[in-house]
Design a protein around this ligand. Sequence first.
Ligand code: FES
Length: 573
Amino acid sequence: MSKSSNPPAKGLSAGTVNYGDRDFALFLRRAFIKGAGLSDEDLAKPIVGIVNTGSDFNPCHGNAPQLIEAVKRGVMMQGALPVVFPTISLHESFAAPTSLYLRNLMAMDTEEMIKAQPMDAVVLIGGCDKTTPAQVMGALSAGKPFVVLPTGPMLSSRWRGERVGACTDCRRLWADFRAGRLTQTQIDDANNHLVPSVGTCSVMGTASTMACVVEAMGLTVPGAASAPAVSADRLRIAERSGYAAARLARGDVAMPAFTKKQLHNALTTLLAIGGSTNALVHMAAMIGRVGMALDPNEFNTMADKTPVLVDLKPGGEGYMPDFHEAGGLVRVLAELKDLFHLDIDTVFGDTLNDRLSGLEAPSEAVVIRQRNNPIYPSGGLRWLSGNLAPQGAVIKPVAATQKLLEHTGRAVVFNGLEDMARRIDDPDLDVKADDVLVLRGIGPKGAGMPEAGLIPIPKKLAAQGLRDMVRISDGRMSGTAYGTIVLHISPEAAEGGPLSLVRDGDHIHLSVAQASLQLLVDEATLAQRRSEQAHTQLPTLAQTRGYGRLHMQEVLQAEQGCDFRFLRQPEAN
Ligand code: FES
């Protein structure tokens, strides 16, 4: 190794460990990595990090080994050196108490490992709901060029003659089982068919929504949102992601700046695809890393003029492989050209506009409608406010029962998940079909904001055939779920928000047309209840050590993405 007094802070030379002798630090680093069989010639190349979130606990990332090989191929074909490294991996069903609670830990892990290790660009392989936002949050804060590579959706399957896929059908069949419409044997058999391959959920849930969002922000190569996890297309996308990252690492392509145009594209995509409510939380967190914040009025104005074109479950009929076959996200961009900023640069070195050229005319595919024949003319999501949600709440009207979108009902209140589990199926519970089920204590501090906002229909009403009611909470809902569900009520009850003041029998008014959620109780009564609130015991996570303690001290509310206060850029607070 030739000794240099001023080596460029690129490639292997970047960010040396602090021994007080930089040249010795680099000498050691070279010696160790040569133990892996690398040569000085290899080590002179630009370095592309590849984040490996493969885990036996995360089948949504079960194709990570194949993707890594394809990314490496792309990196090497462009004359750069691929270096794979791990970060933590989060699967919805294996991350207790909730994956959102751990999302910020993954974002911190991603940020610190990108900053600490010498790489000139990085490919982020992720996909399960919280992983894409965590990786983008971390990479934006790390400040190095990056390419997002979603693992891709799983296949769909068939059970008893009908098409099924995770996880809308998981919830639907479970609801049928609860209502006595399926036997134990049948639900056990269904369990074998709901997840027929590795990959992310096969509907337009949070994972696929976030994949579409990042593609519309120009953070992926073309088509990255929708190719199935086990397809040849997915491997080609992985190879191209490596290729793109190598060009970013070499400086042949500049990392696109993150501006309001990207945010606009992200929100328009969310609305046009009828995407997951969770995406709003994640977007607020992602843009908070670059000093931006969501504007509720702007969002509702966009919702008023953005048609919903994508007919996938949970709100519609199809599955993600159908979306890919129908052309994927670029087809949506082509239908709504004037609503997107198609001139933005992407990590691939092209613009979104470039991706529209050569697009074939739409076929008979019904899962991506033409603009003159939308699923809904507008209003895929609605940001609500009112005296029950002073800092906001959200509803997905396209997944709701339309006649319940204007509704006044009597509150039936549950204090946390244990209380709900204990009483929801009690035959003596005083509940009627037009009541409003209220679940509080499941916000970010209450319970790590679990996807429990889809409060089950009380068994005695479900047995009568009731499938939907107005349900409100400070929690979240799976992107694969459906119903007339108001979520993310902020401030949460555990922070003393007005939700904590609701009593059984109060009346609540939901008006999606007015974007309003009101507790119909006079202010004097609410003030009296507020003064008594110290005596109300609401559950909280009550974490007193380690990461949990950090979470309790620093987590913000939903409209700020549930990020940690100290991780956001100050302008966003
Ligand atoms: Fe991983 Fe649905 S559980 S994407």
